[in-house]
Design a protein around this ligand. Sequence first.
Ligand SMILES: NC(=O)c1ccc[n+]([C@@H]2O[C@H](COP(=O)([O-])OP(=O)(O)OC[C@H]3O[C@@H](n4cnc5c(N)ncnc54)[C@H](OP(=O)(O)O)[C@@H]3O)[C@@H](O)[C@H]2O)c1
Length: 252
Amino acid sequence: MAGCLAGKVALVTGASRGIGRAIAKQLASDGALVAVHYGQSKTAADDTLAAIKAAGGDGFLVQGDVGEMTGIANIFRELDAALAARGIERFDILVNNAGVGVVGDVGTTSEADFDKAFAVNVKGLLFVTQQAVPRLRDGGRIINISSMVSHNAYPAFIAYAASKAAVDSITLSLAAGLGSRKITVNAVAPGATATDFIGELDDQFMGAIKSATALGEIGKAGDIASVVAFLASPAGGWVTGERIRASGGMHL
Ligand SMILES: NC(=O)c1ccc[n+]([C@@H]2O[C@H](COP(=O)([O-])OP(=O)(O)OC[C@H]3O[C@@H](n4cnc5c(N)ncnc54)[C@H](OP(=O)(O)O)[C@@H]3O)[C@@H](O)[C@H]2O)c1
C-alpha cells in the first residue's frame, strides 16, 4: 500500500481492541505491514486484521500474554516466522500499547491488582522492547502508550498511575540508549478515550473528565492513532525522548 510507511513493518501490541486497533489500522493505511498483536481476544484481532485488509493494507496476527515471559517469547516466535515467510529479517516500528487499568486508592489497592498493573504495563513493555531492539532496523521507532494519569494526581488509580509513570521513565532511558542507532523513542499520553477500558466508569466521573478537558469531549481511539502515526512517520524523525499528551487539553 502506498503511503509514508510503505516498506516498513510495525508491531502493535494490544491491537485487538480500542486504541491499539486504531493504531494498527492507521499504520497499515499509511503503508506499513502490521503485526496485529492480541492477548485473549482472537476474534477481535481477526476483525482488526480484516479491517486492515478491506482498506487495502496488509498484516498478520501474533499472540501472547505480555505479562508473562513465555507469552512475550511466543509473540516474537510468531513475528519471526511471519516475517521470515515474507523474506523480511527486521522490523521498523514497535508500538507498546497493550495495557490494563486497575482501580483502587491507597486504602483499597490489592497486592494482586498492583502486580497485574506492573506485570502488564511495565514488565511487559520493557521485555517486549528487549526482544524488539535487536530485531529493529536502525532508524526505527518505539512508541509507548502512557497516560495522562502519570503526571496528574488520580488517587483512585494509584497503582495504574504509578505504572504509567514507570513507562515515562523507561521511555527516557530507551531514547538515550538507542539514539546512537537513530531509533526514536517517545511516549504518547492519552487522556480519557472511548474504549472498553473506560466503559465501566459512571456518568458522573465522565462528566467531571469532560469539564476538566479544554475541548470538552472524551477522545476517540483514532485521535490517539494520529499522534502515533506522526511519531512513526519520517516527519516525526527529530522527536525523541518526549511525552506527548493527546488529551484534548485535560487539566491545562
Ligand atoms: N482508554 C483510555 O482512556 C486510556 C487513557 C490513557 C491511556 N490508555 C492506555 O492505552 C492503551 C490501550 O488502552 P485501550 O483503552 O485501548 O484499552 P482496551 O480497549 O481495554 O484494550 C486493551 C488492549 O490491551 C491488550 N492487553 C491487555 N492485557 C494484555 C496482556 N496481559 N497481554 C496481551 N495483551 C493485553 C488487550 O488484548 P486482548 O483483549 O486480546 O487480551 C487489548 O487489545 C493502554 O496501555 C492504556 O493504559 C487508555
